[in-house]
Design a binder for this molecule. Structure first.
Ligand SMILES: C[S@@+](CC[C@H](N)C(=O)[O-])C[C@H]1O[C@@H](n2cnc3c(N)ncnc32)[C@H](O)[C@@H]1O
Length: 241
């Protein structure tokens, strides 16, 4: 289940009724450590509140996604391509994002409670990052406040909540993200992680080599170095760039 219908229904009043504290949002974006030239993926962008803040850092591109068609329509109205040529919008469920290794930064603000399979969502966000890229899951409020707010809403967001911060940290680590910052207090719920380059130990390298060698031998083929490199790249999840 997702927050789709609740947000689709409430788009018209969204910006008026759910104002984030601008100082808090700025603090959240600062944690992304944008230097300029980054490819940014904004997951569950809503009406695109973060777009102007990203633009201040002169990124290479911004892909703003959301499951709600109405939210994306509203965001497109606010940030039309004519004035915002680096921004692209896409209606998509987080679980359908297949952008492996494309982004320097992935942001997910005020949406994580709505993702039913949280481990899977973190995995997809981590996969979208280039090595050394940064994922931030952020809420400009405490997890208790968020739970209270969703309990008061109607429709399909009732009961949506954030995990204990330690659990989220585990999900990061299990998906190759080293936690570089976390905060869980009365004002924020934040987790920032950096995607660590994957390396092979000698043993792992040997195992891959021998498996490949056996497979090729069984098929009566010779093993060429190009095939091996291809296999390594598949294991590393990189296109070699
Ligand atoms: C509280 S709004 C936050 C929007 C924006 N990030 C912000 O901070 O203003 C939550 C957003 O999550 C989106 N959402 C909920 N479930 C989703 C899913 N499975 N995939 C993508 N977006 C989702 C909703 O459509 C909604 O726009």
């Amino acid at each position: 289940m997702t927050g789709e219908s609740y947000y689709d229904k409430n788009t018209a009043n969204w910006d008026r009724e759910s104002k984030h504290d601008p100082a808090k949002v700025r603090y959240i974006v600062d944690l992304l450590d944008l230097k300029g030239g980054e490819d940014i993926l904004d997951i569950a962008t809503g009406t695109g509140v973060l777009i102007p803040l990203f633009e201040e850092h002169d990124p290479e591109s911004i892909l703003a996604t959301d499951i709600s068609e109405n939210m994306i329509k509203e965001a497109e109205k606010k940030y039309p391509g004519t004035d915002h040529p680096k921004v692209e919008f896409k209606v998509t469920d987080v679980y359908d994002i297949k952008e492996n290794g494309k982004f320097d930064r992935v942001m997910c603000m005020a949406a994580f409670p709505h993702f039913e399979d949280k481990e899977k969502a973190v995995g997809i966000m981590a996969d979208s990052l280039k090595y050394d890229g940064i994922l931030e899951i952020a809420h400009p409020a405490s997890k208790e406040e968020i739970a209270k707010m969703h309990a008061m809403h109607s429709g399909d967001v009732v009961g949506h909540a954030l995990p204990e911060i330690g659990e989220l940290g585990k999900m990061f680590e299990e998906n190759g993200l080293r936690v570089i910052f976390e905060r869980d207090d009365d004002d924020y719920y934040l987790m920032v992680g950096r995607k660590e380059p994957k390396t092979f130990s000698e043993d792992e390298m040997y195992k891959i080599l021998m498996t490949e060698f056996e497979e090729f031998k069984d098929e009566g083929k010779d093993l060429y170095i190009d095939d091996l490199i291809k296999k390594m790249r598949e294991e590393l999840g990189t296109d070699g760039n």
